[in-house]
Design a protein around this ligand. Structure first.
Ligand code: ZN
Length: 98
């Protein structure tokens, strides 16, 4: 199983609407900034890796995508976790929240 070195992802608004999107009202500062490429997934069991449905090998953690604001909140300030199999290019994604 490949492991991708970690990158922080910083969203860059592409439109005026995106630039003016309201921030979280009550959530901590960290919410909405936890986007990441590679490394280890945050806030889920670090040993947890989905198994590829095609070849049954453990999948590589590819990215986590954070909730955006109160309007675009994933369950309770959750994140989308994406895993990939670099042999089959099968993708698994799921949401986890607190
Ligand atoms: Zn596979």
């Amino acid at each position: 199983m490949k492991i991708i070195p970690p990158f922080r992802l910083k969203p860059e608004p592409l439109t005026e609407e995106a630039r003016n999107l309201p921030k979280f009202k009550w959530a901590t500062e960290e919410m909405g900034t936890r986007h990441q490429l590679g490394g280890s997934p945050q806030h889920i069991q670090s040993e947890f890796r989905p198994v590829c449905p095609d070849c049954k090998e453990k999948m590589t953690f590819y990215a986590q995508l954070d909730s955006i604001n109160d309007e675009f909140c994933l369950a309770d300030c959750g994140m989308i976790y994406v895993f990939v199999c670099f042999d089959c290019f099968t993708v698994e994604a799921f949401i986890e929240s607190y």
